[in-house]
Design a protein. Structure first.
Length: 211
């Protein structure tokens, strides 16, 4: 039986699209049963609908400052749809302990950095400013600590001389699209420890030469 997955998005939804494409494979151990957005105008909702996936928009603005009520509405939809695993994919609202607690151990997130480096926003600009030579993305379980839960998989991307924020973001995104389906497949099949490690995803490995 395929595990029933909901993908939560706030915008473009390219990671969602990668998950939908991967889950079309008969052997993939999960199906994308629902795509849910806190923004009714999220482009990803249209993409999901065109792919024949059920979508829901639960607009956080309609709940004012009542985050608990917004999350309760999300939780109710997830439960009514018999969802077993939640994948955050560019879902740009901080979650309260309520939703995190309700789905702990069953909620994954993709983050555009090699955690624990650069949690939070503007990860590519911060990686460039810090002068790190390796950047990338991480799929992890969601806990109450923002971007702090157990790591399921990572994909490394070398930072190249002259890299711009945009160029780097594009290269990392390509790796996100490979990493997230691989991590979800392993997790849904109960093989979370078997998520391929970073080296398997090195986009254009640069030979290491001595200086
Ligand atoms: C992705 O790069 C994802 O890693 C990032 O937002 C982008 C969403 O793109 N998520 C975060 O920054 C979470 N803090 P997408 O909508 O095209 O998947």
């Amino acid at each position: 039986m395929k595990r029933r997955v909901a993908v939560l998005i706030s915008g473009r939804g390219s990671n969602m699209e990668a998950l939908i494409a991967a889950a079309r494979e008969p052997a993939f151990p999960a199906e994308i049963a629902l795509v849910l957005s806190n923004r009714p105008d999220a482009a990803g909702l249209t993409t999901a609908r065109q792919a024949g996936i059920r979508t829901e928009a639960i607009d956080h603005l309609a709940f004012g400052r009542d985050r608990a009520a917004h999350e309760a509405a999300i939780d109710a939809v997830l439960r009514a749809a018999d969802i077993e695993i939640v994948c955050l994919a560019g879902y740009m609202r901080l979650l309260t302990p309520f939703l995190v607690g309700a789905w702990q151990g069953r909620m994954l997130n993709i983050h555009p950095s090699l955690l624990p480096s650069f949690p939070g926003l503007d990860t590519h600009a911060r990686a460039l400013a810090a002068g790190v030579k390796l950047h990338g993305c991480t799929v992890h379980l969601v806990t109450e600590e923002m971007d702090g839960g157990p790591i399921l998989g990572q994909a490394a991307v070398p930072i190249l001389p002259g890299d711009t924020e945009d160029g780097l973001a594009k290269r990392v995104l390509r790796q996100e699209h490979a990493l997230y389906p691989a991590a979800l497949a392993a997790f849904a099949a109960g093989r979370a420890a078997a998520v391929p490690d970073a080296t398997a995803f090195l986009a254009n490995p640069v030979p290491l030469t001595p200086h």
